[in-house]
Design a protein around this ligand. Sequence first.
Ligand code: HH2
Length: 271
Amino acid sequence: MTDAAPVRVMGILNATPDSFSDGGRFLDPASALAQARRMAAEGAQILDVGGESTRPGAAAVEAETEAARVVPLIAALRAESAITLSVDTMKPQVARAAVAAGADIWNDVSALTWAADSADVAAELGCQVVLMHMRGDPRTMQAAPRYEDVVGEVEAFLVARAEAAMTAGVARERIWLDPGIGFGKTPAHNLTLLAHLDRFVALGFPVLLGVSRKSFIKALDPTAQDAGERLGGSLACALAGARAGVAAVRVHDVAQTVQALAVDRAISGAR
Ligand code: HH2
């Protein structure tokens, strides 16, 4: 039997016109709600609702526009379900409104660096917080990223951001870490991080891994030019995460990921 907790699956719901893989599909509230229900039925334990794309080169969105995309959706989901809800935003004012509407987690790809008061707001909200590593910002991050030691540098950044959050008053047990696959990294950097996920797990915080359909997969399979053709690579990464002990994987393809993780876990349990 395996004794580690099963990996949780976080379903991605992008209420945006321009996300790299599902942009425009769930901007309309009825289709967003239908997708959320589908992902919950398929076994997602967390839903991550975003209103601003963070794909390389994405345009920034005003807080009011972003809040208008995500807050009514979070309120509607909270009214009908007890599922854990996460809001994917860098902006404290959007996080504040989302938590008031029922979000449990603030997933911040800027690791509470986007605004001067981000860490204070996170402490005040008392929600869980995901601190993700990114180099630069989404507009600039893929311009020739360089590291001497990508694992060590990402690790040092995440430890520093966790300390800053705790200094501001965020409780240790509310903090998650995420190495930020694809955020200011070459395909080789992403693979090195994926090969050393145990280093992040060893820091003692739950680790979130977001790899689903990301473009580094096409560096390994040039036929996978479209994001929708990267399921196999996404599942391989999810299994690597599970074996390294991550707490959750953030995915577009919930049913397939739940099945792959269940089979992998059953094989481990049969040893
Ligand atoms: N990746 C994306 C967005 N948010 N959050 C965390 N914690 N970790 C990630 O790896 C991560 C994230 C990018 O993926 P997606 O939401 O599908 O696309 P877009 O940013 O274009 O909306």
